[in-house]
Every structure is written in C-alpha cells, then in structure tokens.
Design a protein around this ligand. Sequence first.
Ligand code: NAI
Length: 481
Amino acid sequence: MSQPSTSGSTFDVVVIGAGPAGENAADYAVKNGLTAAIVESELVGGECSYWGCMPSKALLRPTEALEAARRVPAAAAAITGEVDVQKVFANRDTFTSNLDDQGQVDWLEGAGVTLVRGHGRIAGDKRVEVTGADGSVTTLNATRGVVIGVGTKASEPPIPGLAETITWGNREAVSIEQVPDRLLVLGGGVIGVEMAQAIARLGASEVTIVEALDGLLGNEDPHVGQELRAALEADGIRIEVGARAEKVRRDGTDGPVTLTLGDGRELVGDELLVAVGRTASTADLGLASVGVEPARGGFVAVDDHLRVPGHDWLYVVGDANGRALLTHQGKYQARLVGDALAGIEVDPAWADERAVPRVVYTDPQVAAVGATEAEAREAGVDVLAVTYNVGHSAGGALLGKGTDGTAKLVIDRERRVIVGASFVGPGVGEMLHAATIAIVGEVTLEVLWHAVPPFPSVSEVWLRLLEEARAVEREDGGDQR
Ligand code: NAI
C-alpha cells in the first residue's frame, strides 16, 4: 500500500476517517477528477463494516431464515434442529473479513484514493497532521477542502459503577465467540433490540432489556415499539420499560454483573451491553485549532451543505455531524460533498430532514421513513393516518402462519402526499424504498392509484392503505369519488 514518504503532501481533498461516509466522499471527489487522500487510524471500512451493520445482520439472519421456514407449515416439518452457532460466527467472520481490511484497501487503491494510516488532526486551515503508529507526523495540505468522517462510538452514561465495570458496547456484542448465558441490555434502541434478539435466538437463556422510556424504539411511531415488544417477549426476552439504571457492579472481572433499577430491584447477568446512544469521535481532532467547538455528544454542527459554518473548506459527513446516524445517510451526504468539492452545484441535503429511511433488522423487521404521526402533527400537518396489517395481504398470508405487523402511512391531507411511513413484519425493509420514493418524489395520492402493486405480494398493502385513505376521506366528506 502506498504510504506517502514525503511530509507536506498536497491533495485537492483530505478526508479524515475511512468509514463508509469518508470513503464515499473521497471516491466521489476522485470520480470528479480531484485528488484525494484519506486518513484512517483503525480499519479501512469503519464501524459499519466490522463492528456495526454487517456483523450484526450476519448474526441475525440465520435465525430469521429459520423462523421464516417455520412459519410455512409444509416446510416447518423439515426443520428438525437449530442453527449451528459456530457456523453463524464463522459466517459473521466472513462478512467482517476476519477484521482484515485488505479488501477495502485494495478498493480504495483501485478508486485512486491515497490511504494514509494514522490519527488525523486538523492543524490549521486546510491542513491535517497525521500521527502514525510509529509516532511519525505527516502533514497533508488540501487545496479544496477537508472532510471529517470520523463516526461515533458507544456513549457511556454516568451511572454509578459503570465506568469501573467491564461491559460490552456494540463492538464486543457483535464480536462474540460464545453466547453468554444471561445478557442484560441497557437501552431499548436500535442496537439494544437487534442484539437482544440475536443473542436470545442464538441460545442465551435469559436476555433482559432495560429501557428508560416507556417503550422500545421510542423515536418511532408507537405501534412499532408495541409490536416489536410482543415479538421479543415471544422470543423469551424480558423487557423493562420506564426503568432507570441506578448503579452497576460486577463481582471480580468475570463474575456476574448486577444492575440496580430505580425501584431497588436487581437484575443479574453474565454480560451487560450498554447501548444508550452514540458519541462522536471528535475529541482529539484538532478542531480548536480552527476555532470549532463540537456540540454535546461531540457532534459537529454543519449547514445543509454539510459545511461547518464559518469554515467553507471544512465538511463533516456521516455520524459525526449528528444529522442522521445511519450509514446510508452518511454515504448520501458524502456523495453531495464529493460533488460540491469539485465545484458541481448540488442541492442541500434535504433528505436528511424529510426522508430518512430506517430499518431495524429484527424479526419482524421494522422499516420507517419520514415523519412519525406525532412529528407530522407537531409540524402542523393536517394528518390522515391509515393502517393495514401486512399479514392480511395475500402475499403476507403466503409467507406463512403468524405473519403479522402493521403498515402505516402518514399523509398530508392538504398536499395529498405521504410524509411518513412505517412497517412492521417479516422482510418489510425491502418494501421501504417505495415509501421513500413516494415521499422524496412528493407523489400525490391520485398518482399513487396508478402505481399498481403486484399480486400476490406483500406490497399489495400499498393498495389497501390507499383504499383506507379514500374510505376515511369519503366518511369525512373530503373525497367525493
Ligand atoms: P439509540 O439512540 O437508538 O437508542 C438508545 C436507547 O437507550 C434509547 O431508547 C434511550 O431512551 C435509551 N437510554 C438512554 N439512556 C438510558 C439509560 N440510562 N437507561 C436506560 N435506557 C437508556 O442508540 P443505540 O441503540 O445505541 O444505536 C446507536 C446508533 O446506531 C443509532 O443511531 C442507530 O441509528 C445506529 N444503528 C442503526 C442500525 C440499523 O440501521 N439497523 C442498527 C444498529 C445501530
């Protein structure tokens, strides 16, 4: 791999952080005819590739496939065993390339991006200093701009005893080599619910989620958390909502861990996964050298063109700007930045506000995009909300017994467009893009009547939802057709 031997190399663009967002910013810049260097202190590919999206889904998929077959009576008879847990881990290791980033390094090289290994710090306008593992310092100058794509790490809440206790973050949870017998999960957000189900289904005897809010996935429409809770409880997972963790202790370094709740009850596990949100990895980034102060959680505020206000050469993409902590949104931002750096006029990143697609890869899956009903009402939208059960579509019924889950559209009655959608059910993540396109394209209800869903597919729920919307409007006297 080409490590620059010279100090003071100059590129059009210098990117700090080779996660999906940083890689895409560099790639798009080069595709637009610019030169780009990318600085990485860990593995090229970032959190998503090795400790996030990919391994977590690799752990969830085998038992999801098994359950899908179990729902089909004629196929269920053929299932006489359980998943091979060691093979699940081996499959996970294939997806994470055994934590070897050579494949991604080769990809970067092929894309024409120069990799500089080490810790990058901003050292003045358009200047980045990289400290290598051997302590050597290389200076990279950028003629056009510097892009920060350093991502986030698991937040550590100030719970007495937590800092002194050995616990898991996402990295430890997705890297397991054996299934713990009893797992405590602090936080019923995305990581909490996915890892709780993965580890319960891989054979843990007790999994408990402790969530401070009064439901799981509290940022979504309430039906999502309610339906997911029922599904997780059916997997034997215990769920404590409205619960505050007062203190944590572990007996020795590998003894049981005890979580004391606000009401005095004690929960005991062999491991404790802490998944209560993310903190941006911006603490040691030299931002003060250019007068930039990160906000709470380390997030660096940007404008709708992903630029740090007052620093038109400095961009932040991905989790670190706090706009939408999802790989695909980071890559979206990166594409816009890669174009902007090359002088191509780009739209502001408005999809970060209006149409963020979110999929939670539990079984049933959760898929949502745009506003929740509450968010739309708060924004002053005249809301029409309609629901339909995915299991009542012919396609849903064919998926098997017990296929269940709500599909919901949040409609702006006045503009006659969908502003939000949420789906719960097997495989609904693959249905989401239709909703995203409808929201982004502001497709009116009248036009959507001509988007005919295939029969017998689950996506026929789209037709049922439109029929429901029409029925409600007729009842209200709004639609006379
Ligand atoms: P999160 O923000 O999704 O959930 C954290 C949860 O912890 C919230 O429900 C919050 O109320 C709760 N909480 C906070 N403090 C607490 C306390 N002291 N005691 C009990 N509960 C407490 O954050 P999470 O799960 O750590 O996920 C991190 C990020 O990773 C998310 O932004 C998510 O978008 C991303 N991610 C995305 C995935 C996907 O797209 N499928 C999968 C996994 C993660």
